[in-house]
Every structure is written in structure tokens, then in C-alpha cells.
Design a protein around this ligand. Structure first.
Ligand code: ATP
Ligand code: MG
Length: 521
């Protein structure tokens, strides 16, 4: 078979975005930009500054903050070893020599961690590799053409596998994860840059992609986007909680988000929550037989999460369980009451939801969630809460913290469902030109109109006016500027308003003036 023929049969692979990821395209991206721009503006008016942390961090950072036993850390993170690229992925019988050399170089260059454990591991591998090299020198001629049998083969194989085994003990680099959320990164940055010496509290916001390996469905993706904010500092004054919530609500209001519902709760602190959890566990054990398998398991692992259950058959049982509001310690109860009062002072409407618990370990006291319409069962657009111990847990000074994360994908979906989204990215002016001289004028007109802020479509090749006007219509242009030989020689340009078909002639100067007036109407 000729080379050409074999190439034809081999169908090239069709690439698609990876499951759970997607392309954001125009005109949708115009709405994404509007949402993000509004966030910059609103958060700015509350005195927040933007932070852009990296997209990957040591896995340990997430494990320690979010919690080893949470779904996010135990099974949803994209984790890999950030090792040097010259090392073979898997040392084997063919590349063990190359691996051995590369490891030595990488250790020198600091590309693999220079820990005591690693130096030891490399020493042991070195010794094993030397023995293996010695053994391979003693192999009889023609060994590789024959069956690997006999004493030589046995000793050779043993030494080789021992060297490979030891090579695998070397830690090639840091284990890192794509961030599943950004609060841990913000706290890490707060510590790393000594932000506790800045005027407190430090108010930061971020926006960007997060990664969780969940089952993709409407409003749930593996790469999704969050817009979030954190307040870090020495104070846990209830007014801080209330102002953060007021800020999210202002943002949603500015966007025209429909059916917004704010739920709040307090989940206590280290002082009172453990006692409540034990009480809850004892009560759950009494009704264990009537619960589904998920909730039965959670009685042991995380009884609070039972309250989160959406299972119809469990609702009656859950309604009768003890409520944390009745078991808060004095300080937590006072804090919660003050947060509610502060919300009222700000005119923020809330609903108390005693069943609201959050999935991540670090939350305490104030927790809140905001839902919006048009999202089906994935209707939470924002989750947040207080996390006073987190910075300290990550090795920083004692620090109070509160924050939230908005699911931007869901926010956009909800805005689209309620018709708050542009359906087409229209042009202001489509320039229909014919003739060489007209082309030169059209280029100049486009330049001036764009400079004045109008969106202009300038076709690259000449078209008949009829075809050009059809094109302008398809692109949703508001106006067509018609430039032919007549227009150019007269110095009078024809402007057609596409909505009603009306036409008028303008000089170059008048045209800009006219369009500006139309736009400010
Ligand atoms: P859910 O209960 O919906 O899984 P969560 O408690 O895991 O949410 P958080 O970790 O608090 O969510 O994140 C805050 C917000 O981020 C959520 O309210 C949601 O809007 C959004 N979000 C979380 N996971 C995803 C995802 N996989 N795809 C899209 N948005 C998400
Ligand atoms: Mg989740």
C-alpha cells in the first residue's frame, strides 16, 4: 500500500472539549464580561482589592484547609506531581540508566526536592544501580538474543528490578492540585506577604476558574468559575459579616438577578458545635432504620451533612431533629443575633435556615447561601461563611476571616433564563463600500467611528450593495453606511437605519455628530 492510501484510511481524531469543560463563546462572553465588570465596580465601592492567586498550589494546602475527609479533597481534585520533564514517567528496564543520570542532575539543579529522605533514596538507588551495571558487564556475549534463563539472567533481572524499585522511591517533585476553590490560596497569600501588618481588615476579591472532578450536569462543571471575596483581620465584628453579605446582595441587585433568596444560619464554633454534633448523632442513631444509606453513613462521618439531605422520605424525620440555634454557646448566640440585627440595619432581607450547613471543614458561626431562579436543583449561586481558625491552621497568626464564593456559571445561567442577557453581539455600523476610492474613504471612516467608540464592521472585499445590506442585517447592525463613487465625490455619505429602512445624507463631520446624538437618546 502506498503511503498516500494509508493516510486516507486513518481518520484524524476529532477533538472535543474534555467532559465537564466547555468553551464560552460570543455572544455569551459579553454577559460574562458585564458580570465581571460589575463585580470589579461593586466590590471596589466596598473597598475590596483584587487578588489573582495561581491556579495550582501544593495539594497539602487544600487538604489541610478544606479537610482531608471532604468530597472535594478525597475524590474531586486534579492532582499531579510537578516533577522535572526530563525524567521518564515510569523508570523501567529500558530507561533506568537514563533515569539514573537525570535524577543526579535534577537534584543538583534543585528540580527535585533536596530533602534528607530524597538524598537517602538516591544514595540507595545509586548503590543498586552500580550493582546492576556491574552485573550487566558480566553478561555473556549474545545474551539478549537468547532466552533469559539460567543464573546470569536471574541475577541480572533481580538487580535491575531492585534498581527500578528504589528509583520509584525518589520523590520527583511537589504534589500539586488544580485549585478547587480559592479561599485557601487567599489565606496562604495573606500569610506569605505578611498582610497582617497592613491596615486591618484586609479585603480581597478574586475571579477565575476552579476545578473539581464532579459528575457534570446543568450548572455543574469540572472547570467552573467563581467570583469570591474574603475579609481577613483581627476582628470578627458582626458588622463585617453583614457588610460582606450586603455586598453580594448589592452585586446581584445591580445585575438584575431574579428570585434571589438569602438563607443564613450559625453553625457554632469549636466550643459548642462538637456537643451539638454528638447530640445530633445520638438522635440520628434512634431513627437510623428509617434513613437512606447516604444518611446512615453520615451518622458516623459527618452528621451535620444529614441536614443537607434532599431525600423526600427523610424530610419528616429531619424536621424533628434538634436545631443548632438552640445549642449555641453564649458567645455564638450573641454573635448570630448581632449579625441578624446588622443585616436588618442594612435592609438586607434574609431567611433563617437551621438546616444550612456547609460542605467544607473550615466554616464556623455565620454561614449563608444564596439561591436564584431558573437553575433547577443546582440553584445555589453563592455560598459563604466565617472561618476564624483557617489562617492559623495554615501556619499564620491568629486571624478572623469571612468570605463567599459565587458560582459564576450558575449566575450567568440564571440571568440568561430570565432574559437578562444580550442574544446577539450587534454592530453599530456596517460600512457598505464599492470602488477603490470608496474603499480608502471607508477605511478612514471606520477608523474615526471606532475611535469614537462605535462598533464597526468593514468588509474586506468589495460587495454589491444589496448583498452588503443583507450581511449588515444578519450581523444585527443598527446602521449601514453606504459609500459608493457618488458619495465620495459629493462628500455626502448615505446612512441607512436598518430598523425602519430610512435613509439620510450627511457630511463626514455631521455623521459623527448625528450618531453620537442617536446613541445618547
Ligand atoms: P453545591 O452544593 O452546589 O455542590 P458547594 O457547596 O460545593 O455547592 P461551594 O464550594 O461553596 O459550593 O462553592 C460556591 C459556589 O460555587 C456554589 O454555590 C456554586 O454556585 C458554585 N459551584 C460549586 N461547584 C460547582 C461546579 N462543579 N460547577 C459549577 N458551579 C459550582
Ligand atoms: Mg459541591
Amino acid at each position: 500500500m502506498s503511503e498516500g492510501a494509508s493516510k486516507k484510511e486513518e481518520k484524524p481524531r476529532k477533538f472535543q472539549a474534555i467532559r465537564g469543560t466547555r468553551d464560552l463563546l460570543p455572544p455569551d462572553t459579553a454577559l460574562w464580561n458585564r458580570v465581571e465588570q460589575t463585580a470589579h465596580e461593586v466590590f471596589g465601592t466596598f473597598g475590596f482589592g483584587e487578588i489573582r492567586p495561581p491556579i495550582f498550589e501544593p495539594t497539602e494546602l487544600f487538604a489541610r484547609s478544606i479537610g482531608q475527609d471532604t468530597d472535594v479533597v478525597s475524590k474531586e481534585m486534579y492532582t499531579f506531581t510537578d516533577g522535572p520533564s526530563n525524567l521518564p514517567e515510569q523508570p523501567d528496564e529500558f530507561n533506568i540508566g537514563q533515569f539514573f543520570e537525570a535524577v543526579g542532575e535534577d537534584l543538583e539543579k534543585g528540580e527535585i526536592p533536596k530533602t534528607a529522605a530524597n538524598e537517602r533514596a538516591i544514595q540507595r538507588m545509586k548503590a543498586a544501580f552500580a550493582e546492576f551495571a556491574e552485573e550487566s558487564r558480566r553478561l555473556p556475549l549474545g545474551f539478549f538474543q537468547e532466552q533469559h534463563e539460567g543464573d546470569f539472567a536471574k541475577a541480572y533481572n533481580e538487580k535491575m528490578y531492585r534498581a527500578i524499585y528504589l528509583a520509584n522511591k525518589i520523590s520527583r517533585g511537589e504534589v500539586v492540585s488544580l485549585r478547587p476553590e480559592a479561599t485557601a490560596s487567599v489565606c496562604r497569600a495573606y500569610i506569605e506577604h505578611g498582610m497582617n501588618s497592613l491596615p486591618q481588615p484586609v479585603k480581597l476579591y478574586y475571579m477565575g476558574p476552579m476545578f473539581r472532578r464532579e459528575r457534570p450536569q446543568k450548572g455543574r462543571y469540572r472547570q467552573f468559575y467563581q467570583i469570591g471575596a474574603e475579609v481577613l483581620g483581627g476582628s470578627d465584628a458582626p458588622a463585617i459579616d453583614a457588610e460582606v453579605i450586603e455586598m453580594v446582595m448589592t452585586f446581584f441587585d445591580r445585575l438584575g438577578l431574579q428570585g434571589v433568596q438569602l438563607d443564613i444560619n450559625s453553625i457554632g464554633d469549636r466550643n459548642c458545635r462538637p456537643k451539638y454534633v454528638e447530640l445530633l448523632r445520638a438522635e440520628l442513631l434512634k431513627v437510623k432504620d428509617r434513613l437512606g444509606p447516604d444518611s446512615q453513613r453520615r451518622i458516623e462521618t459527618n452528621p451535620l451533612r444529614v441536614l443537607d439531605s434532599k431525600l423526600e422520605s427523610e424530610q419528616g424525620i429531619i424536621a424533628k431533629l434538634p436545631r443548632i440555634a438552640d445549642h449555641l454557646c453564649e458567645e455564638c448566640a450573641a454573635h448570630y443575633a448581632a449579625v441578624k440585627h446588622q443585616l436588618e440595619m442594612r435592609g438586607v432581607i434574609y431567611r433563617e435556615n437551621w438546616r444550612l450547613v456547609r460542605g467544607l471543614d473550615y466554616y464556623m458561626r455565620t454561614t449563608f447561601e444564596i439561591t436564584a431562579q431558573g437553575l433547577g436543583s443546582q440553584n445555589a449561586v453563592c455560598g459563604g461563611g466565617r472561618y476564624d481558625g483557617l489562617v492559623e491552621l495554615l501556619g499564620g497568626p491568629p486571624t478572623k476571616g469571612i468570605g463567599f464564593a459565587i458560582g459564576e456559571d450558575r449566575l450567568i445561567l440564571s440571568l440568561q433564563e430570565s432574559g437578562k442577557a444580550p442574544t446577539q453581539q450587534g454592530r453599530d455600523v456596517y460600512i457598505a463600500w464599492m470602488g477603490e476610492r470608496a474603499h480608502a474613504t471607508a477605511i478612514r471612516a471606520a477608523k474615526d467611528l471606532r475611535k469614537a467608540g462605535f462598533s464597526v464592521e468593514l468588509p474586506p472585499v468589495e460587495q454589491k450593495f444589496g448583498k452588503a445590506l443583507g450581511q449588515a442585517d444578519k450581523l444585527g447592525a443598527k446602521y449601514a453606511l453606504i459609500l459608493g463613487d457618488n458619495e465620495v465625490s459629493e462628500g455626502l455619505w448615505t446612512l441607512k437605519t436598518l430598523a425602519d429602512g430610512s435613509q439620510a445624507k450627511f457630511t463626514e463631520l455631521d455623521l459623527l455628530e448625528h450618531l453620537r446624538k442617536q446613541e445618547t437618546l
